[in-house]
Design a protein around this ligand. Structure first.
Ligand SMILES: NC(=O)c1ccc[n+]([C@@H]2O[C@H](COP(=O)([O-])OP(=O)(O)OC[C@H]3O[C@@H](n4cnc5c(N)ncnc54)[C@H](OP(=O)(O)O)[C@@H]3O)[C@@H](O)[C@H]2O)c1
Length: 274
């Protein structure tokens, strides 16, 4: 049960803050069960004002020492130094949840130098509005209950999938980086409306809501996207004319190649972190 835990978010930036917000909105934890650290004093004051009752500070060791779940939410380049700092203060029974892109559970295990339960998470930025897509992978010492706790944490900010760790680079290419592709799609659809004479704000709102609504319909009906597409393509109509145009430019191949490129890049970056 998450409600029995004390969580230390080490590096409460964008991702860490979103997680704290979700945990508090969802009443998963009381504010005094949350510790949050970062170095910037002004940002710490803002954090305290945003989430009254949580304990904020720059002292990672104190936060780690008091926690039963330690969330590593610093940037990967700060990880080695932070782990070195907190390592002697991590309680043996604590669990580590890492959102560090490209850092494997084995690498974390080695850095901590003890048989800690480590769960790796790859969230995405829509978690800022509680609509994240997060993949979780357990390390060699993590048990089902550790994955269940991590699931409960990230379900406070969206949907969760458990995957074997070797798929984490593909997750980074698909859902981790995916919001960027969707933003491009919305921007392009907006331009398309403007080209047809629509005021830009109107085109933008229609484009964004169309993406949101279509995604919601896929998720809520569980229907295959091809079936939903067939339902809007009247024979000889407008949608099929546009679909044929998109197919002729290879939209599907373009996305498959984009995700393959991002996955390969994630693998390259992971090697650099080792
Ligand atoms: N953004 C994404 O889409 C995304 C998706 C999946 C995973 N991730 C992963 O999530 C992690 C965080 O990303 P983010 O976008 O939230 O970055 P961010 O906003 O820069 O947050 C990182 C935070 O770490 C703090 N920090 C740095 N050094 C520290 C230290 N020694 N002790 C304590 N705090 C320290 C920084 O604050 P101060 O400068 O005040 O110390 C900063 O607020 C990264 O590892 C990234 O790989 C991000």
């Amino acid at each position: 049960m998450l409600s029995n835990h004390t969580i230390a978010v080490i590096g409460a930036g964008n991702i860490g803050r979103a997680l704290i917000g979700g945990l508090l909105h969802g009443h998963e934890l009381d504010p005094d069960q949350i510790r949050a650290t970062r170095r910037d004093a002004h940002a710490l004051e803002e954090l305290q004002a945003q989430f009254p009752g949580i304990r904020t500070g720059a002292d990672n060791t104190e936060a780690a020492h008091e926690a039963t779940i330690i969330v590593l939410a610093i940037k990967p380049q700060n990880a080695a130094q932070v782990i070195e700092e907190i390592r002697p203060h991590v309680p043996a029974e604590a669990m580590v949840v890492s959102v560090l892109a490209g850092v494997t559970t084995d690498a974390l295990q080695q850095a901590f130098g003890q048989d800690l339960a480590v769960v790796r998470a790859m969230p995405n930025t829509p978690m800022l509005v509680d609509e994240g897509a997060t993949a979780l992978a357990g390390g060699r010492f993590s048990q089902p209950e550790h994955l269940a706790l991590a699931r409960q944490m990230f379900e406070a900010v969206g949907k969760v999938e458990e995957v074997p760790e070797y798929l984490m680079d593909a997750v980074t290419g698909l859902s981790g980086s995916g919001p960027a592709y969707v933003y491009m799609f919305i921007e392009a659809l907006t331009d398309a409306g403007v080209k047809q004479g629509m005021p830009r704000p109107t085109a933008f709102r229609l484009a964004a809501q169309t993406v949101f609504g279509a995604a919601k319909l896929v998720i809520e009906t569980g229907k295959h996207p091809a079936i939903l597409r067939d339902e809007v393509t009247t024979p000889g109509g407008t949608a099929i004319a546009a679909v044929a145009e998109l197919e002729s430019h290879g939209l599907r191949t373009m996305l498959i190649n984009a995700v393959a490129t991002a996955t390969a890049r994630s693998k390259e970056l992971s090697k650099l972190q080792e």
